[in-house]
Design a protein around this ligand. Structure first.
Ligand code: FES
Length: 581
């Protein structure tokens, strides 16, 4: 258990709102009474903010309306006072151009809700892709006791007796429809069966990756990330989470007590062993920097070289999160990693990561592979550098055709997404299976928001010839449910004048995954001539949040956080927080 001393009621942060003898505290109490609470409901108790990202437009969080009641039940049982605070719901399927444009907005909202209201601790309710890193980023910056309650994966999709995986099977059947191999009725049947319960995507996409990372970082109770959303054990976990946060407040167990360079290494290692989403790179770097911990993209490559992919989950493997849960879930997988993890790291349970794994068992060693029979021996993810990406780019070798690991081909360049959408399926497009498809203006500033466009479509005429993978390059991200020989996160991005902006049709591009290189075979003199002639595309926003975003967003290699949010912990709760009156 943590050694932190128990707080006294008058040491609670909320005491400033409720406990002092002045007119403002009278106002706070009388207005709490207005909501139907007697002072015995809250006096001297930890006030627990529940940051709930439920919304009618977020299907992954449908059950949060009910789950929040279970979280509250736990808080009441443990002697706390629950206060639900809704926050912007970043709904991956609906929000345009991309939820990534708003990740930092939710992070700011979470931080400011906690700062401006009488919160002693918080339960963060998220799961749909960016909600997890956003909520954690805000909580890390505020540094109050915080626990994460993951939405949990939805049930397996169902289509003609086959299991469907979120995203992955959408891409797959869309390609088959475009190739003329399935009918419109088949496509509609996929539509009806692919998402059939509450919960986030059930492949090892960004949602499952980031909730698992949250658990390994110590932000959830043991086992929380793997439970399917509709399972009654998920409801039980919600109550246990509510109970635990109250004790965390008394113990004063904060993110700064559990996060360290070693806990981030653990999270990166777990993400790699899961065959997790490339998006985790951007998010984990942002989280680490919020915590004042140095983590750069090359650390991912170093750890990837020693970490086997053990989770046989789509898109890299065969199974889905429901299977993973029945096979023992994340805790069981972590037992297989053993010496690759630092099990001494403290977690929000008050126990170490190692203690949290006690009793965990693998029940299906095809779903959770032993070290001796990995899905991929190592390097499920690789960081590339070269004259095309001086500050780095990402590829996921585990989810691409092995024959493309070393490839040289002529570029077919699209200057932005609309250009690509207009021409990619044109039969007159000069492209072969050996071409390298390049998309510009898809990065943090260019798109803007660095959308998940990185799995660039294969031209229809090549699909009809049976081509299902080819080398594709962009400064975009890729959905964690996607697959293919896609070079992503090219940094610096083309919009700010990165070398990707200088590629022209026909330039030879060379990818060498084993050498970790991505280069365009164009002479320095010619590149200098192109650079001199290059003009930055116009900014997309002239007012509102978009202007703030464009002014302060950073590049992918540093996590795409706003520059002004990368503050030192000294500014947060215990330190330089301004006096509240
Ligand atoms: Fe919400 Fe995939 S759409 S997690």
């Amino acid at each position: 258990m943590t050694q932190s001393p128990r707080k006294k009621p008058e040491e609670l942060r909320s005491h400033r709102w409720y406990g002092v003898k002045d007119m403002r505290a009278f106002g706070h109490r009388s207005r709490t009474a207005q909501m139907g609470f007697h002072r015995g409901d809250y006096a001297g108790k930890p006030v627990i903010a529940i940051i709930n990202t439920w919304s009618d437009i977020n299907p992954c969080h449908t059950h949060f309306k009910q789950r929040v009641e279970e979280v509250k039940r736990g808080i009441w049982q443990a002697g706390g006072f629950p206060v639900e605070m809704p926050a912007i719901s970043l709904s991956e399927p609906f929000q345009k151009p991309t939820t990534m444009l708003y990740r930092n907005l939710l992070a700011m909202e979470c931080e400011e809700l906690l700062r401006s209201y009488p919160a002693d601790g918080c339960v963060l309710m998220g799961g749909c892709d960016k909600t997890t890193p956003a909520l954690m980023m805000g909580a890390i910056s505020m540094d109050l006791p915080a626990i994460f309650m993951p939405a949990g994966p939805m049930l397996r999709g169902d289509y003609k007796g086959e299991f469907l995986g979120s995203g992955s099977d959408t891409w797959k059947y869309w390609a088959e429809l475009r190739a003329g191999n399935i009918t419109e009725q088949d496509w509609q049947d996929v539509e009806d069966g692919i998402a059939r319960s509450p919960g986030h995507c059930m492949t090892m996409g960004t949602a499952s990756t980031m909730t698992s990372a949250a658990e390994v970082l110590g932000f959830t109770l043991p086992g929380a990330a793997s439970i399917p959303a509709p399972d009654s054990r998920h409801a039980q976990m919600a109550t246990l989470t509510g109970k635990r946060i109250v004790d965390m407040v008394w113990e004063d167990l904060k993110p700064s007590d559990i996060l360290s360079a070693r806990s981030f290494d653990n999270a990166v290692t777990a993400v790699l062993a899961l065959g997790g989403s490339t998006n985790a790179i951007v998010h984990l770097i942002a989280l680490a920097r919020r915590a004042g911990i140095a983590l750069d993209i090359h650390r991912f490559d170093e750890l990837a070289r020693q970490t086997p992919v053990l989770a046989n989950l789509r898109p890299s493997g065969k199974f889905l999160m429901e299977d993973f849960f029945y096979a023992g879930g994340l805790r069981a997988l972590l037992t297989q990693l053993g010496d690759l993890l630092d099990l001494s790291q403290l977690t929000c349970s008050g126990r170490t990561l190692g203690a949290n794994l006690e009793g965990a068992t693998v029940f299906n060693d095809d779903v959770i592979r032993p070290r001796g029979n990995p899905l991929v021996a190592h390097s499920g993810l690789a960081v590339l550098v070269g004259n095309l990406a001086p500050a780095g780019a990402i590829i996921k070798p585990a989810a691409m055709e092995p024959g493309l690991r070393k490839h040289r081909g002529p570029a077919v360049v699209f200057k932005d997404y609309n250009d690509m959408a207009a021409r990619i399926d044109d039969d007159a497009l000069e492209v072969t299976k050996d071409s390298v498809i390049v998309l510009q203006s898809a990065g943090p500033q260019g798109a803007p928001g660095m959308p998940e466009w990185g799995q660039l479509p294969i031209p229809r005429k090549l699909l009809k010839e049976g081509v299902r993978d080819m080398v594709r390059i962009s400064d975009a991200r890729m959905s964690g449910t996607s697959y293919g020989a896609c070079v992503l996160h090219v940094t610096p991005e083309s919009h700010v004048g990165g070398p990707l902006a200088l590629v022209r049709d026909g330039d030879l591009i060379e990818l060498d995954v084993d050498a970790r290189r991505i280069d365009m075979l164009v002479g320095d003199e010619e590149l200098a001539r192109r650079r001199a002639a290059w003009q930055q595309p116009a900014a997309r926003f002239t007012r509102g949040y978009g202007v703030l975003y464009l002014k302060h967003i950073q590049q992918a290699d540093t996590g795409c956080d706003f520059d002004f949010l990368e503050t030192e912990r000294a500014q947060t709760a215990a330190g330089g927080e301004p006096e509240i009156h």
